[in-house]
Write a protein that binds this ligand. Structure first.
Ligand code: DSN
Length: 495
């Protein structure tokens, strides 16, 4: 035991201990430990820091077009790495299970207040919980609080642009916990138009009688018709839950359809178009729901059910550093600058869609109303996986995605391209024209490589790095990176 302890001690402490000066050892060890605690990660852990540095370079060097990603602000990063990280605060402001929360309560209340203000919500009519760790826990908390076990939920099918947590399952496997603990029935897009088939949704909902219908997407480029969703909900006695994770920045800025007008519950993440920390938020209606024939007021009963589902139902201590970051994000989102930013996201996405279509590519649904588009790459002679790979090799990050009619999420026929992160870096429409050219060149090169390599992805990847193509890939990558270098990331010069 003693020898094990000895090997863990710094050399000088070992020397003191061997001389029998135990008290001095304790003092020295404490100093060492406080040194460890106060050292920068770049001094204390160069191995890790080197890898973080490489990721930082990757983010700066390339073009980030993953529709759900963004570059958050320095203020958000500062909140995330602040002392707030150290505090346990189970419970809600003013009603905690731990002492020492006087300032934490102020922070969480500020986050709640600003969140409601940013979405122009009356606190008499809407409540908010800012504690969900992210979007998936937020959605699961709503189902846990509102829908009984094995109760029924309808969401857009994942291969049609929905999200895992909206209830995805396959013929052989229940994939999402939503489909394991609840009964989920997907609704679909029309296989030809790629647009949500609201008529079919109504027909299915009449038969299935869900407790909740989810209006939310992770890859759908058109504004949702929340009014129509609500009419369907009313007809079948369901609640409307809108998952606005992808578009919450656009909603905050008022540049797209507003789910709050028609929804009973709204969930979101805060790191996508909203550009905040990785976190989740749940909004729920409160106050008077209706008045019955006797003139009695019927109240919404969401508040306790949702709050209790978040904690203690599903989560432990809220991450108050993240909640502070939500507070500062909401302050930023409630400014004219942010409104302009959100409008620029839309302008850039439209320019991207138009530009790619002019070059002959097929954009699913024929365009976009939002921050993203879905490109069907079959006509470009590629699969989604190959297109994603060749673009990654030229420093353009995107993700492969199913297009309507695809049978497998593992070998999809499209790629999803988004503009929030590029817009944060200051790209405007004329810059997007350059991006269109890069994507076009990358996909054309990919096609050529694919014709040589044959159908298998593994052979395609090998061919990208072959002597025949390696040089051309590197050339294109250099062009992309030189272009990208013109757009600095605010706040990222430090560390
Ligand atoms: N993973 C996110 C996306 O890429 O859309 C959704 O949670």
């Amino acid at each position: 035991m003693v020898s094990r302890v000895l090997t863990l001690l710094p050399a000088y402490s070992r020397h003191l201990l061997l001389e029998g000066k135990q008290n001095l050892v304790i003092v020295h060890s404490l100093r060492m430990s406080s040194k460890l605690l106060s050292e920068n990660v770049w001094d204390s852990d160069p191995e890790l820091f080197k890898i973080i540095g490489k990721e930082k370079q990757r983010q700066c060097r390339g073009l980030e077009m993953i529709a759900s990603e963004n570059f958050t602000s320095l203020a958000v990063l500062q909140c995330l790495s602040s002392c707030l990280h150290n505090k346990y605060a189970e419970g809600l402001p003013g009603d905690r299970y731990y002492g020492g929360n006087q300032f934490i309560d102020q922070i969480e209340r500020l986050a709640q207040k600003r969140t409601l203000e940013t979405y122009r919500l009356d606190p008499e009519e809407w409540g908010v919980n800012v504690q969900p760790y992210s979007g998936s826990p937020a959605n699961f908390a709503v189902y846990t609080g509102i829908v009984e076990p094995h109760g029924r939920i309808m969401g857009l099918d994942l291969p049609d642009g929905g999200h895992l947590t909206h209830g995805f399952f396959t013929p052989t496997k229940k994939i999402s916990a939503t489909s394991i603990f609840f009964e989920s029935m997907p609704y679909k897009v029309h296989p030809e138009t790629g647009l949500i088939d609201y008529d079919m949704l109504l027909k299915t909902a009449r038969l299935f009688k869900p407790k909740i219908i989810i209006a939310g997407v992770s890859c759908y480029s058109r504004a949702l018709d929340y009014k129509k969703f609500k009419e369907i909900c009313n007809e079948v006695g369901a609640y409307l839950m809108s998952d606005m994770a992808h578009i919450s920045g656009l909603v905050a800025a008022g540049v797209t359809a507003n789910p709050f007008e028609y929804s009973d519950i709204v969930t979101t993440t805060t790191h996508k178009s909203l550009r905040g920390p990785r976190a989740g938020v749940i909004f729920f209606r409160k106050g008077v729901k209706s008045v019955n024939a006797k003139g009695e007021k019927i109240l919404y009963d969401f508040e306790n059910r949702i709050n209790e589902a978040v904690f203690p139902g599903l989560q432990g201590g809220p991450h108050e550093n993240t909640i502070a970051a939500i507070a500062t994000t909401m302050k930023q989102a409630n400014t004219p600058e942010f409104k302009q930013y959100a409008q620029n996201i839309l302008n850039n996405a439209k320019r991207l869609s138009d530009g790619l279509q002019k070059k002959g590519y097929k954009v699913v649904t024929g365009g976009t109303d939002l921050h993203l588009l879905l490109l069907d790459v079959r006509s470009a002679g590629l699969t989604g996986a190959k297109a994603e790979y060749i673009l990654e090799e030229i420093s353009i990050a995107c993700n492969k995605n199913t297009v309507p009619g695809d049978k497998s999420a593992k070998s999809p026929s499209g790629i999803r391209l988004g503009t929030p992160a590029l817009t944060t870096r200051g790209l405007v429409e004329k810059d997007i024209d350059v991006v269109v050219d890069f994507i076009d060149s990358g996909l054309k090169l990919g096609k050529e490589i694919g014709e040589k390599s044959g159908p298998k992805l593994v052979d395609f990847k090998a061919a990208v790095h072959s002597e025949e193509f390696n040089g051309r890939v590197a050339c294109l990558r250099e062009e992309v990176e030189n272009f990208s270098a013109k757009f600095p990331l605010p706040g990222y010069e430090t560390y």
